[in-house]
Design a binder for this molecule. Structure first.
Ligand code: SF4
Length: 132
């Protein structure tokens, strides 16, 4: 920590700067997207409609879709944090396979995962869903 920070003179203005988004109004400057992409929340089976805010190819924010019949623009805390999980280091981005409960989990291709899932059961193949 630098001296200005210790003395309270460094307020981390770059980190906490705000801006005026055309859709959501005043918000963190880091969360103002270049464009909003319509999608469906993938956290649970409710399937709320949402928009992901994308800036320089990265998801930076999320908002509910007011015209969606399921949620009418309202999102729960998990949905509101959806953009945070997309780039999480621990997010599984490929199928994982564990032949038995005592085996290690290892990476497999999508075709192998799809082919082997039904006879082995859903517990044998994990895509990362439900681990949040
Ligand atoms: S916003 Fe919440 S309730 Fe809606 S689909 Fe996502 S996790 Fe489920």
């Amino acid at each position: 920590m630098n001296l200005k920070r210790v003395l309270g003179l460094d307020i981390l203005a770059d980190r906490y700067a705000y801006a005026d988004d055309a859709v959501t109004g005043y918000t963190s400057a880091k969360r103002v997207p270049d464009r909003w992409v319509p999608t469906t929340c993938g956290y649970c089976s409710v399937g709320c409609g949402m928009f992901i805010g994308v800036k320089n190819g990265r998801a930076v924010s999320v908002r509910g879709n007011a015209d969606h019949p399921v949620n009418a623009g309202v999102l729960c805390p998990k949905g509101l944090s959806e953009h945070e999980t997309i780039h999480a280091d621990s997010r599984a981005t490929h199928p994982l396979f564990r032949p038995s409960k005592k085996s290690k989990i290892y990476r497999v291709g999508w075709e192998d995962a799809i082919q082997s899932s039904p006879p082995l059961g859903p517990a044998a193949c994990a895509s990362g869903a439900g681990r949040a």
